[in-house]
Ligand binder design. Sequence first.
Ligand SMILES: [Fe+2]
Length: 234
Amino acid sequence: MKEYPRTPPGTQPEYLYKGYRSSVQRAPSQPLIQVPQTLSELTGPLYGHNPIGESDNDLTRHFADPPLGERIIVAGRVLDEDGRGVPNALVEVWQANASGRYRHSRDSHPAPLDPNFLGAGRAITDDTGNYRFVSIKPGAYPWRNHQNAWRPAHIHFSLFGAGLLSRLVTQMYFPGDPLMAVDPVLHSIADESARQRLVSSFDLSLTEPEWALGYRFNIVLRGRAATPFEDGRK
Ligand SMILES: [Fe+2]
């Protein structure tokens, strides 16, 4: 079984990043022990493959009426460390509604809930690693990390690839969002090009006339060009 290259320093979030307050409390205080790559890390069962419903990848069709907001298409490829598409990967997403509010009991942001938006969906990649979601653009929302702290618009992604170490939890951002420059979650990744891997690109070829704007977000599960793993839950 072939091992894969580990990510270079600076391309994943720092465990301890002072600007990101909760990272200070949870960061390990002892040096890390590197786990060797053995068969159980490199291969493994696929999880969570309950049957995917016909509209599970369309977050605008979970209720009889459509949600409020700017309709978007988010699509891309899930790739392995050699740039090959990963088929049958489970891709799950969750996000705030257009007003920046999650449908969650602990979200106390005084923005309206949308009765027609659940904010969660899932898809399976096709034979060449492609996935596709239809949703609405999430709003920015405040968090209490520091004075006047706002998260840029983002969509949370969770992936299960072909093995345990191809599990990836990350966040996708939107190009041109001014809040990215002041977001400690994004800046806990030291390497600028690694941060850019979390920013989707506007794609006119994905955009559907009179219907929805298209954003492309390719995801690399592991290796040197791996999409950074998120180190938090906001
Ligand atoms: Fe979030």
